[in-house]
Write a protein of this length. Structure first.
Length: 364
């Protein structure tokens, strides 16, 4: 049987559902206080039994679905959350979470949603991660957007085509782009890189670096892309109503919101290694989980497009909280040189190395 643990976060474990979860399922899904924005959607106890049966079937068929949310400190089931295909639509995965009333207001919904969206982008690149939110439910909309989703208009509920339209949100696309597409995006990427530099990002320059120096650095990377030594990955905001599969080499259409590169032709004895370079996202929309979504999408792309690669590596300068960011995405620190980087006459930083396996298994 598959590992019952699906995802772990700082405070929670999401695990596969079990038939004996019914009592907790009913308790969580028949509390009218958690259906204030959609009271007609609250199921009966018998409806809960049918829904749990459907959740169990989803996991058997897809190895994915809605999962039990367990408090790591107490072992108590405190919610239900996950991703599943809506009806027969395999192109989209619906984000869902519901927490016990006494656990609301603690940031747990955001903790769940950020982890689940990133997982979906990495592990289900042929599907879009989506959400449907009642327009009056501003808290749920804010959580969805802070998890990396973008509003793309409104749609009628699938189970009620004549009902009130709901806000429809999608995760951004992360795509590996061809050399020709990379050349076409050159000016947009340079502009993004300059903005990241000026915001203090750790991407090879200090704030105020001249645009021509940034352009020269990008051109060296693009030369490696054209030569097949590097893979450029781009995160772009969804341009509704286009549904281009994430991870494909098609143009996703929306504005460029982030980039990163895999250097994957390192030669003997590193043929099985790819190095992460220049990971960056738009500073104006920091705090929306987009760095984690971009990184997750890039790992998914490496799994699909670089089959010879087994190990991923990166280096970063400390002082910006990057170790915690990469740690949440499954990377482990494997080396550190104290004061290994000198930014100015008085500013020394540790030079830190991290790694993770492409398949997500623990480093040994």
């Amino acid at each position: 049987m598959s590992d019952p643990v699906w995802l772990t976060t700082e405070r929670l474990v999401l695990r596969r559902p079990r038939a004996d979860d019914l009592d907790d399922y009913v308790r969580l899904h028949t509390d009218p206080r958690t259906y204030a924005h959609a009271p007609a959607s609250m199921p009966t106890p018998e409806g809960c039994r049918a829904r749990l049966s459907a959740d169990l079937s989803d996991w058997e068929r897809d190895e994915l679905g809605y999962a039990a949310v367990v408090d790591r400190a107490t072992g108590e089931v405190i919610g239900w959350a996950g991703l599943r295909h809506r009806d027969s639509d395999v192109s989209a995965l619906n984000l869902y979470y519901r927490l016990a009333f006494d656990r609301l207001g603690r940031g747990l919904g955001l903790e769940i949603a950020r982890a689940v969206v990133a997982w979906g982008v990495e592990h289900r690149p042929a599907s879009l991660v989506t959400a449907m939110v009642d327009e009056v439910n501003t808290a749920s909309r804010r959580t969805a957007e802070r998890s990396g989703l973008f509003a793309c208009g409104t749609r009628a509920p699938r189970d009620d085509p004549d009902g009130e339209p709901m806000l429809y949100l999608e995760a951004p696309r992360v795509a590996a782009v061809s050399a020709a597409a990379a050349d076409a995006l050159r000016d947009d990427v340079i502009d993004l890189w300059v903005r990241v530099n000026d915001a203090g990002g750790s991407v090879g320059f200090l704030p105020g670096a001249p645009r021509d120096e940034v352009a020269a650095a990008l051109d060296r990377h693009l030369g490696d892309v054209r030569a097949g030594r590097s893979l450029l990955c781009v995160l772009r905001e969804p341009a509704a109503p286009v549904h281009a599969p994430a991870g494909s080499r098609t143009d996703p259409g929306g504005p460029v919101r982030g980039i990163g590169l895999w250097e994957h032709a390192l030669g003997f004895p590193y043929e099985h290694v790819a190095g992460l370079k220049r990971l960056m996202v738009e500073p104006a929309i920091q705090g929306r989980n987009l760095g984690r979504v971009l990184l997750a999408g890039m790992v998914g792309i490496a799994r699909l497009e670089l089959p010879h690669v087994e190990l991923l590596r990166l280096d970063y300068r400390d002082g910006l909280g990057l170790g915690e960011f990469y740690g949440r995405a499954g990377w482990s620190e494997v080396g550190r040189v104290p004061r290994g980087l000198k930014l100015t006459e008085s500013d020394y930083r540790d030079d830190v190395a991290m790694a993770r396996r492409v398949d997500g298994a623990p480093l040994r």
